[in-house]
Write a protein that binds this ligand. Sequence first.
Ligand code: CCH
Length: 289
Amino acid sequence: THSLAPQKTESKPVDYEQVYKDIADILEDNDYDDGSFGPVLVRLAWHASGTYDKDSKTGGSNAASMRFAPESEHGANAGLKVARDLLEPIKAKYPGISYGDLWTLAGVVAIQELGGPTIAWRPGRTDGVSAQSCTPDGRLPDAGKKEDHIRDIFYRMGFNDQEIVALTGAHALGRCHTDRSGFDGPWSEQPTIFSNEYFKVIAGRKWVKKDLPNGGWQWVDKNSDTTIMMLPAEISMYNDKAFRPYFDLYAKDNDRFFEDFSKAFGTLMELGVPFKGDEKVYRFKTTNA
Ligand code: CCH
């Protein structure tokens, strides 16, 4: 006979190595964008984490509050439902993993599998249960603004100028979509390969303003017929005296970029997470290693 009382789900320990492999398995898709869900998963991990405010100690990846409206509807998060939905079957297979752990781990998997550095990662995030965990709109950067805005946003998370520039190098991956941000195009010729290419592109091309049908504008490459682009905020950053040395450094030194990016992205993923301190730190092997 079986009891009619609701079954208490025993939380089995999660095999994070296996979760890593399962996420790696679903990255490639020839019908999606440039052939990989990796870039949009990196953006999900970053937008889940980048809401952190160091003074109030609110936001960050802990609660996975982007599952709830209004945060799911914030303009900055347009298009990220694709990434959240993609991970649902993994969540169903591993009920013991929290959404915050799953989303940040997916960002790590995507960066590593697309050729980026190893990123130390540990579990420990606890899901919020309602919209009360949502962060206010406006905590993520506005690409139409200037370098002082970008500084304000990242200083609020606790990052310095060097870390801000390193993190922005993630734009080697992926592209802008007119129906998400309103901007259009990739930052590099190979948007599914993680490298210091972003820094080489921004330094190596001549940028001209292009008006967009929606009333906005972006930078495009003057001398070629590629669709490569830069956001208004990025050229403002590049022209800033304090940011520029880091752009130059990373354009010349891929190893240094990997080292600095790995640390900064690892920190970003952990902002606002109340770790107990005894969590195992994982450094996953890539699936092709
Ligand atoms: Fe970003 N990003 N990002 N970004 N981003 C966009 C897409 C990606 C800014 C604006 C935009 C980071 C920092 C910034 C990714 C990772 C990171 C888009 C296009 C805009 C706009 C969205 C669309 O239309 O789909 C601005 C401003 C900043 C300020 O510094 C940081 C930090 C990271 C990660 C470390 C990735 C990856 C994408 C590509 C997503 C995709 O779907 O291809």
